[in-house]
Design a protein around this ligand. Structure first.
Ligand code: ADP
Length: 265
């Protein structure tokens, strides 16, 4: 339809009115198409765990419940799938609230390094993989006005992904750089990477490079879509750079205010 535009635009003023109409229809159709795709994705994402649960429950009802070895395993599967569905529905509710702008950012001034270090510490304490964390954080204090809970959720999601895709013995690097009136945060891994042509799509709802693998790891495919909404609500941007077989870096920016004393508290 964009091609039609330029052809029509070269014609007389009379047709100009039509251009706007065409544009409106195109936008509406695009929104409608995205909506249909979203509903279809949601249905599919919910049906998969439900059919899995149905077959395991059927097997249990057919007598597997008597088997002391099999029964706990089967129950465990239904539990895992239920938990993933709850996560999915919670993520969907969160996205729908953001779409409807029915949420408030509880903004407060936070010294970013301290805030970031605390999150990294939490992951470093509880990680079970052989992955090394490397921090490249500036010495100065940088104050950002953020909703700390929401930003924590964003960073948790990015770090969880980095860990999920990290090889044994890999590094995860955490960086913060300062550019004029914004800070740029970087989280980088030595994982499998993402094909170049798909790297921009990882922030789309339900987009996954490897659907089966993401599901098997408990992912909903919505984490980065939520992260994008949240960062943009804070006036920042989020993007990724990746090379297959080398690793992935997720970047995001936040506007900041420098504390003149360079101190916190
Ligand atoms: P989920 O992790 O639940 O699948 P996300 O929205 O967090 O959903 O991520 C979307 C997809 O982006 C993932 O399924 C994965 O294919 C890709 N991805 C995200 N982070 C990384 C990473 N660090 N390395 C490789 N692929 C990644």
């Amino acid at each position: 339809l964009r091609a039609n535009f330029s052809v029509i635009q070269k014609e007389t003023g009379f047709v100009n009115g039509l251009i706007t109409v065409l544009h409106d229809i195109t936008e509406q159709e695009k929104i409608e198409m995205e909506r249909r795709e979203f509903v279809s994705n949601v249905s599919h994402e919910l049906r998969t765990p439900l059919t899995t649960m149905r077959s395991y429950l059927e097997a249990l009802a057919d007598g597997a419940w008597r088997d002391e070895q099999i029964a706990p395993t089967f129950l465990n599967v239904t539990q895992t799938e239920t938990e993933r569905m709850i996560r999915l529905v919670n993520d969907l509710l969160q996205l729908s609230k953001m779409d409807a702008r029915e949420y408030n950012l509880n903004k407060e001034f936070v010294e970013f390094n301290k805030f970031f270090n605390r999150i990294i510490d939490r992951f470093e304490m509880s990680k079970s993989q052989n992955v090394e964390f490397k921090r490249y954080l500036p010495e100065n204090s940088y104050f950002v006005e953020i909703d700390a809970d929401k930003l924590t959720q964003v960073i948790d999601n990015i770090i969880s992904n980095a860990l999920k895709y990290s090889p044994d013995g890999g590094n995860i690097r955490f960086g913060v750089t300062v550019q004029e009136n914004l800070i740029k945060i970087m989280i980088s891994d030595d994982g499998m990477g993402i094909p170049k042509e798909n790297v921009g799509r990882i922030f789309d709802r339900f987009y996954r490079v490897d659907r089966a693998r993401s599901r098997a790891m408990g992912g909903t495919g919505l984490g980065l879509a939520i992260a994008k909404e949240m960062i943009e609500a804070h006036g920042g941007h989020i993007w990724a750079e990746s090379e297959e077989g080398v690793g992935t870096t997720v970047f995001f920016t936040l506007p900041f205010e420098l504390d003149e004393a360079g101190e916190w508290d």
